[in-house]
Design a protein around this ligand. Structure first.
Ligand SMILES: O=c1[nH]cnc2c1ncn2[C@@H]1O[C@H](CO)[C@@H](O)[C@H]1O
Ligand SMILES: [Zn+2]
Length: 448
């Protein structure tokens, strides 16, 4: 497809170009071939999108999700993380089927398209199903199988094989829209020996690693009690944060640390030195009362910080606009400094920073990059007036202002109409799967 977007206000996120008040973008198959001010010379376009009254910007990147969990939206609220996981979520997940994860993932993809998220990093089970959902929905996904070893070598071996198989079967599929990572669940659910083995496999296969780190104070205390050091230092002792291709620069293989709430100055220094990327999940951290991640300090220390929603059971949606606003407000309140985490920084976290761990050719609109972009409706009451576009995006815009989405040069939603999925079918099947799942869990509980 050869697409022209014209009459657009463009936020490129490219430092050398910035904002274009009235311009155009030419898309040639999956790539952006031209961006400029004014009107382009005519061409043989298959499709012309008139973007008058809209903002064109890179799509958002959600760097920490558990998409199959979308079916558990609102399943167990208002609990502390340990009880929430052990008493409610894990027993429900034990009843999940591949079909559940397929429809849950597709529902998640649908919601992300509606709310402007073009790419995400996921960690879950039945990942073939999530991969199929990504393939079908047209968005970009960096997938990992969540390996929960529980300090049991036999279980660890079986989990490792599943993690490895996902990487081998799906890396680079769907024209490169699907990439993979290894996903050891967390330092308090996987042994350091297991994580060291994962590091080696990631280096061998040339893929990154996605892991939960220091999400709760309970994790910090347990690690200190069991090993005398926190999770970051514990894994540093096996060189985990230094996972990279031999001879290449420190960020050659992304290590994606979700949450990273209970970080000390020393931990932050390790992340900065080793090039670890943080996925900040403020809403999940607030909802589970896990704590407030020291994002301002991490950014000042040079850590690459991205944004994620976490799963739908702890958020309870996949709306990155809510995540952006919450991230900004929470840092200001925590540091008692309203200049902390300004709007532009937050938009960068949700776009170009996230793109660094998913696909470096996305996240910024410029020729040669992939055409992953969204159109935001500015003909809305909440968009008048706009003095600063970053301020609008973080503090006033909402996910439902996203009207059009293009990923990999393909139009997934146009003028609020989803083109790639039968929206009604996805919602109906996901709803049925959720109802049946809850019924199975209830029946099982009765038998116990
Ligand atoms: O916030 C969280 N902290 C820890 N684990 C989580 C969180 N959200 C979801 N999971 C769990 O991580 C596994 C992924 O494969 C799943 O068991 C999921 O329920
Ligand atoms: Zn998580």
């Amino acid at each position: 497809m050869f697409i022209l977007i014209k009459n657009a206000r463009i936020l490129t996120l490219d430092d050398s170009c910035g904002e274009i008040q009235n311009g155009y973008i030419v898309i040639d198959n999956e790539f952006i071939s031209k961006i400029g001010a004014g009107t382009p010379i005519s061409g043989n376009y298959d499709k012309i999108i008139d973007a008058a009254g809209s903002l064109v910007m890179p799509g958002l990147s959600n760097t920490h999700t558990h998409l199959g969990m979308t079916l558990l939206r609102g399943y167990a609220d208002d609990m502390i993380l340990k009880d929430w996981l052990e008493k409610e979520i894990w027993p429900a997940e034990a009843e999940l089927t591949a079909e559940d994860v397929y429809w849950g993932s597709l529902l998640g993809c649908l919601e992300m398209i509606r709310f402007g998220t073009t790419a995400f990093c996921d960690m879950y089970f039945f990942m073939d199903e999530t991969a199929k959902a990504v393939e079908k929905s047209g968005i970009r996904g960096c997938l990992s199988y969540g390996m929960i070893e529980l300090f049991d070598e036999e279980r660890g071996n079986a989990e490792f094989i599943k993690g490895e198989r996902l990487v081998r079967e799906w890396q680079g599929k769907a024209n490169g829209r699907i990439t993979t990572m290894y996903g050891p669940h967390a330092p308090n659910t996987c042994s350091k020996e297991f994580i060291a083995k994962v590091k080696k496999a990631a280096e061998r296969d040339g893929v990154g690693v996605h892991i939960h780190v220091l999400e709760t104070e309970d994790e910090l205390n347990t690690m200190k009690k069991n090993y005398g050091v926190c999770s970051v230092h514990h894994l540093d002792s096996v060189g985990f944060w230094d996972t990279r291709l031999p001879g290449s620069d420190k960020s050659s293989l992304p290590i994606l640390a979700a949450h990273s709430v209970w970080m000390s100055e020393g931990d932050i220094k390790i992340f900065a030195e080793k090039g670890v990327t943080v996925s900040h999940n403020p809403i999940s951290n607030m909802k589970l009362a896990s704590g407030i991640a020291p994002i301002q300090k991490m950014i000042q220390a040079g850590v690459l910080v991205t944004l994620g929603t976490d799963g739908c059971a702890s958020n309870n949606n996949l709306n990155m606009f809510e995540e952006m606003k919450t991230a900004a407000l929470l840092q200001k309140l925590d540091t008692k400094d309203p200049t902390a985490l300004p709007a532009k920084t937050v938009v960068e976290m949700a776009t170009k920073n996230g793109a660094q761990v998913i696909d470096k050719k996305t996240g910024v609109l410029k020729p040669g990059n992939k055409a992953d972009l969204i159109l935001i409706d500015l003909k809305k009451a909440n968009a008048i007036p706009i003095f600063d576009i970053y301020s609008h995006l973080v503090y006033s815009a909402s996910g439902s202002d996203v009207k059009t989405m293009i990923v990999d040069g393909k139009i997934l939603m146009e003028d609020y109409k989803i083109l790639v999925l039968d929206e009604y079918e996805v919602m109906k099947n996901a709803h049925e799967c959720a109802q049946n799942l809850v019924k199975r869990v209830k029946d099982k509980n009765k038998m116990l």
